[in-house]
Design a protein around this ligand. Structure first.
Ligand code: ADP
Ligand code: MG
Length: 253
């Protein structure tokens, strides 16, 4: 049965979507069958793997709110072995609509039940909040990857995320573990980046991935072409590091 991993941090702009798209594509490139679930109303992971939002008929909103079978929402991407459950702006209302719904925290988990065996990995790109969409993701997952940007105040807000993880572990999903903390957008030219790495390693110790994602212009260009980096520029440093990360994730189980 596949391993389900949520990519989460309630801070925006830390590299969640970049990691979701490129880790998914790298795992697929390494021969794994991968499903990427976009659960952020912005839908950037959806377009990042080459799906035109205008072509989306049913999205993750319909699964969460209207009990549509998740199989009906799965779409192919530009990458072989990589499928996506897309998000559209319709999802923006879900956070509020879920509040009054039965089993509101376990809707995604239940939806995944029948398809998990079809994939080696299911990755979930979470929105920048700790609301019910993120709770659904954590409840449905075996593990979480926490991207942390190598910048000032990197650790800010992480205690809130960690207490949410503990609450989910206690009440909804005692299987959930932190697979790793991923340092992103590292800039070797500044001292700050190195300080942040030290600080994060002191706090999370062996939970920090060996792979550190550098700032790489090709990684920021790829989304506007609707291509993961492995297709957009397979020889770039960005492509190399996300492949390294994929191997680390595979090694973790
Ligand atoms: P989040 O999903 O956490 O909000 P994103 O993955 O969308 O964060 O990244 C925020 C912005 O930073 C995007 O414009 C993205 O292209 C850019 N970005 C992310 N990672 C890198 C990187 N390693 N190098 C350069 N730009 C990056
Ligand atoms: Mg995002």
């Amino acid at each position: 049965m596949g391993r389900t991993i949520a990519i989460a941090n309630q801070k925006g702009g830390v590299g969640k979507t970049t990691t979701s798209v490129n880790l998914s594509a790298s795992l697929a490139y390494l021969g794994k069958k991968v499903l990427l679930i976009d659960i952020d109303p912005q839908g950037n992971a959806t377009s990042g793997v080459g799906v035109n939002k205008g072509d989306v008929e049913k999205c993750v909103y319909d699964v969460l709110i209207d009990d549509v079978d998740i199989k009906e929402t799965i779409m192919e991407t530009k990458v072989e072995n990589l499928h996506v459950v897309p998000a559209t702006i319709a999802l923006a209302g879900a956070e509020i609509e879920l509040v009054s719904t039965i089993s509101r925290e376990v809707r995604l988990k239940n939806a995944l039940h029948d398809i998990q065996e079809l994939y080696d990995y299911v990755l979930i790109d979470c929105p920048p909040s700790l609301g019910l969409l993120t709770i659904n993701s954590l409840t449905a997952s075996d593990a979480i990857i926490i991207p942390v940007q190598c910048e000032y105040y990197a650790l800010e807000g992480l205690s809130q995320l960690l207490s949410t993880i503990r609450l989910v572990q206690k009440h909804l999903n005692d299987q959930l573990v932190i697979d790793g903390v991923l340092l992103t957008m590292f800039d070797a030219r500044t001292n700050l980046g190195n300080q942040v790495i030290e600080e994060v390693k002191k706090y999370f110790q062996d939970k920090v991935y060996n792979t550190i994602i550098p700032r790489n212009i090709r990684l920021s260009e790829a989304p506007s072409h609707g291509e993961p980096i492995i297709i957009y520029d397979p020889k770039s440093r960005g492509a190399e590091v996300y492949l390294e990360l994929a191997k680390e994730v595979i090694k973790n189980g």
